[in-house]
Write a new protein. Structure first.
Length: 446
């Protein structure tokens, strides 16, 4: 049973009164609490394990982009298309996530997503066709897309009183996975004989580990489910629905009427444009500026390492404020400075530009936090997460493709990096609207 039932049961008074001063706790009374705590810990570990696997699909490829291009005969424009596959998959599959979650449950869907990531990452390492490579990458990214949408829902549903710290754990684990793949893919590839196929395929083994953890969660929850669990879950759901007022957890919201939802989608899309363009092209940008291939991978790892502590702290800090506009502006200005630095002096103090770009990419955990704060119920978060992430990733699709095309036509990075710096201005503007303290349920019913 999840931790969601515990706070609700306490608030509604459904927990039986404590026995009069007995020093020994009966095993029968202690067992349910131990089960609940154990299930919560296992689910938290599963969330972290899934998050670690959501970015190596992309960042390991970015670190080996040149050998992959040579091995599969890809042009720069095709490589730009490859960089655009993630947001395309996220946009298309994100729409399906709420329906799948209603039919199968979010935990079952995330478990299937881990299986897709493991299969896609392992299988793409054995193909010699650029088309098949793209399709298998799309399979892995389909799993990433489903997990992207549903893990915030899992957090909201099963950790309702710990949303901010769990989002912090999720975001930090994302950053750890990204930086780990960026920093170690090239050295691992060199250690295994320089074969890029092995360097990419090894990340499939990490996905297999996450799959096993989620299978454990799935089976444990099915075995432990019973009348007591159902009663407590119903109590928690009723409490959440009562707190939501007229917008109950299972009501389908007219989300298209919410200006906050639209602003969140635009913010998500613009920050994704910067993030996936940087993850896909940053090693190449540094390499063209005279930085070695291995050092370029380390600099990409630095970008993500910067966001590890920030991603853990930022959701907690943002959740304490009535709105998050200050963070929107600070992160946007850091990104502008970072991209302009890369534009004019990528080989000079390269670590400084990496730190600034890394700070800018913390707009992602900020966006996740706002998804959890802008809706009152798990049902509202599901709808908002699917809408904002799907539309947002759709918005971001042209960015990496355009960067590849501009680089191929000019042979320089001035225009692509200038474009990324320019796009941070509208990102801040829509972010200021999305960061206001309000709920989509209130806007959607008007």
């Amino acid at each position: 049973m999840s931790t969601a039932a515990d706070p609700a049961a306490t608030e509604t008074g459904s927990r039986p009164p404590a026995a009069p001063s007995t020093e020994k706790t009966t095993p029968g009374a202690a067992a349910p609490a131990a089960v609940r705590n154990g299930a919560a810990v296992l689910l938290a570990v599963a969330v972290a394990a899934a998050a670690v696997n959501l970015r190596p699909v992309v960042t390991s490829l970015g670190a080996l982009l040149d050998p992959v291009r040579d091995g599969l005969g890809m042009s720069a424009t095709t490589a730009g298309l490859l960089a655009a596959v993630p947001p395309l998959c996220f946009a298309l599959l994100g729409v399906c996530a709420p329906g799948l979650a209603r039919r199968m449950g979010p935990i079952a869907v995330v478990t299937a997503a881990m299986a897709a990531i493991a299969a896609g990452v392992l299988a793409r390492s054995f193909t010699g066709s650029a088309v098949v490579f793209l399709l298998l990458t799309a399979l892995a990214l389909a799993g990433v897309a489903l997990a992207n949408v549903l893990i915030p829902v899992v957090i909201k549903r099963y950790f309702p009183d710990r949303v901010a710290p769990m989002i912090g754990l999720y975001s930090m684990s994302l950053s750890v996975g990204t930086s780990l793949a960026a920093a170690t893919t090239v050295p691992l590839t060199n250690a295994m004989g320089g074969d890029w196929r092995l360097g990419l395929g090894v990340w499939g083994l990490l996905a297999v580990v996450a799959l096993l953890v989620w299978l454990g969660v799935l089976f444990a929850r099915r075995e432990k489910s019973g009348p007591a669990t159902a009663t407590a879950t119903a109590t928690a759901t009723a409490t959440a629905a009562a707190a939501a007022g007229p917008a109950a957890a299972h009501v389908k919201l007219p989300i298209l009427r919410s200006r906050t939802a639209w602003a969140l989608a635009a913010f998500f899309g613009l920050q994704s444009t910067s993030a996936y363009s940087a993850m896909g092209w940053l090693p190449k940008i540094y390499h063209d500026a005279g930085v070695s291939e291995s050092a370029s991978g380390v600099l990409l790892a630095l970008v993500m390492a910067v966001s590890v502590p920030v991603s853990f702290l930022l959701p907690n800090l943002a959740a304490r404020r009535g709105d998050q506009r200050l963070y929107v502006v600070v992160l946007g200005l850091a990104g502008i400075a970072g991209f302009l630095g890369l534009m004019f002096a990528a080989g000079t103090v390269p670590w400084l530009w990496a730190v600034l770009v890394g700070l800018s990419m913390c707009a992602f955990p900020l966006a996740l936090t706002m998804l959890g704060l802008r809706a009152r119920t798990p049902g509202g978060v599901t709808q908002l997460s699917a809408f904002a992430q799907s539309l947002g990733y759709l918005i971001s699709i042209p960015g990496p493709i355009l960067m590849g095309a501009l680089y191929q036509s000019t042979g320089r990075w001035y225009l692509p990096l200038g474009l990324l710096a320019l796009l941070l201005v509208p990102q801040m503007l829509v972010g200021l609207r999305a960061a206001r303290a309000r709920h989509i349920e209130d806007e959607a019913v008007r």
